[in-house]
Design a protein around this ligand. Structure first.
Ligand SMILES: *[C@@H]1O[C@H](CO)[C@@H](O)[C@H](O)[C@H]1NC(C)=O
Ligand SMILES: *[C@@H]1O[C@H](CO)[C@@H](O)[C@H](O)[C@H]1NC(C)=O
Ligand SMILES: *[C@@H]1O[C@H](CO)[C@@H](O)[C@H](O)[C@H]1NC(C)=O
Length: 244
């Protein structure tokens, strides 16, 4: 009986570990993370361990890149400071190997998985909004509803170009609405270790520990097995004289 329980718990542990250090099944992601010494510019913090390739990291810096034919400048050229946040957002999405706890299956032609409600550090969301508030857009949700007839995303009929400030009204609304809840706004600061950072200095990725934290809380069974089941099992094996 006990061994069956342990087995089931182990399945939970293995599945939780499975969500650490992995890549989502999406358009440009590698199947497994690994070192990518040549990652470009703002994507370089992920060099030691990444889900993106060098060519993807370079394209992530281009407006209207061939990755998605998506332009940030659909209401006139976007400012350089604002663009840097969209580049960083792209690097984070394409390169991060630590998004496992927030990956969901989706039924889309261009990807099988997406991220949902990744808890962003407050500084990253607030600085993104601060640097874009005077730039222009015509929509809150940048994932859908565009006019793609020209080959790139154009504002749909009836929409109007207004400032980010007018369209979103707050950093929270922008971060959450823009990619249909890929991100969730938090009041957590980077030093909390409980929020994901778009911006960090390599080579160590602080998001690994954050993902580990959320996995252990989403899978309390995994923690339970380690503390209450495995230990007695090991002790009883030792007691029975089985060399480990
Ligand atoms: C990047 O290069 C790899 C091969 O190294 C290729 O399979 C992939 O299609 C390229 N990706 C893009 C976005 O060009
Ligand atoms: C982007 O546009 C080019 C030229 O129109 C086209 O060849 C390519 O397939 C498009 N790529 C995507 C990802 O839609
Ligand atoms: C995905 O979409 C297709 C076509 O709309 C549908 O037939 C299929 O059942 C959907 N699958 C899931 C898992 O929702």
């Amino acid at each position: 009986m006990r061994s069956v329980c342990v087995l089931l718990m182990l399945v939970c542990v293995v599945r939780a570990l499975d969500k650490l250090n992995m890549c989502m099944d999406a358009k440009h992601h590698k199947t497994e993370p690994g070192p990518e010494g040549a990652l470009y510019s703002q994507c370089s913090p992920w060099r030691s361990n990444a889900c993106c390739r060098a060519n993807t990291s370079e394209e992530a810096h281009a407006d209207n890149s061939y990755l998605y034919n998506f332009t940030w400048s659909h209401c006139g050229a976007i400012s350089a400071p604002c663009r840097s946040h969209f580049i960083q957002d792209g690097c984070f999405y394409e390169c991060s190997p630590h998004l496992g706890p927030w990956i969901q299956q989706v039924n889309q032609t261009w990807r099988k998985e997406r991220i949902l409600n990744v808890p962003l550090c407050q500084e990253d969301c607030e600085s993104w909004y601060a640097d874009c508030r005077h730039d222009f857009t015509c929509k809150q949700d940048w994932h859908s509803g565009w006019d793609w007839s020209s080959g790139t995303n154009r504002c749909p009929k009836g929409s109007k170009c207004r400032t980010f400030e007018e369209v979103f009204g707050s950093a929270k609304t922008m971060c959450e609405a823009i990619w249909s809840n890929s991100y969730s706004y938090t009041a957590l600061k980077k030093d909390s270790g409980r929020c994901m950072q778009l911006w960090f200095e390599g080579p160590d990725n602080p998001n690994l520990e954050v993902a580990r934290y959320y996995l252990s809380h989403a899978h309390p069974q995994a923690v339970a097995v380690a503390t209450t089941m495995l230990l007695p099992l090991l002790l009883s094996l030792l007691h029975a004289g089985i060399p480990l």
